[in-house]
Design a binder for this molecule. Sequence first.
Ligand code: ZN
Length: 258
Amino acid sequence: MPEGDTIPHAAARIRAAPAQRVPDEILTPHPRHRGAGWAERLAGRGVLAVDVHGKHLFLRFDGDLTLHSHLGMTGAWGVHRDGERWVRPRRRAWLIVRAQPFEVVEFDGPVLELMPDARTRSDPRLASLGQDVLGEEFDLELFLARLRQDDPARPIGDALLDQRTVAGIGNLWKAESCFAVGIDPWRRIVEVGDAEAVALVSHAREHMRQSARDGFVARPRAVYRRAGRPCPRCGTPIRRREQWENNRLTYWCPGCQR
Ligand SMILES: [Zn+2]
């Protein structure tokens, strides 16, 4: 599943390919977007910028048009040189941006849409996003204020996934940050102090930024997808259970996370 650090890594690769250039061709092979007319609307327009906010990626074209994607659990961006093998079949691609010798490709996900650039700021889904966990600047007071607006009974692990509170934390980083800081992801928000909440988001931020830079080699794996195996800190078997309304799986050590 894409995490917030996957997206800036993809964006950096896309920037190195067609950014600042007019793509040679834009294709939408998958039936979902085949009739959308994007090739015609984007013909001759250069890519001005590739921006990221949390798990959202924006390809900003000349003339106030922006392609907005959210990868959800299933989507992927890829950058391939001509002739390279793709991880998914070409006919299933939602978008192909050809700028020789590169092809930038997007597959699946809940959202790929072309919109006026101004709407990327006014659309309620986007305007309500919390701060990007990976942003250069991060206002901890604003993060705490958003967290305290959430349901106080919500488990802190699940609250970290709420993109209105902080944008970009996914399931892996939620579980690993709670483990690293020693906080039980089942603790309710109301039972988590400000200093603890700050420690959680700061840990996620520091390690996700490192991972985005280094291409995930720095991703920790103490508890995530390690149910039943011994905790690296105390040896207690790691547990796994679904959390809150979206039933997102969380992993934790009942021995040393309080
Ligand atoms: Zn433990």
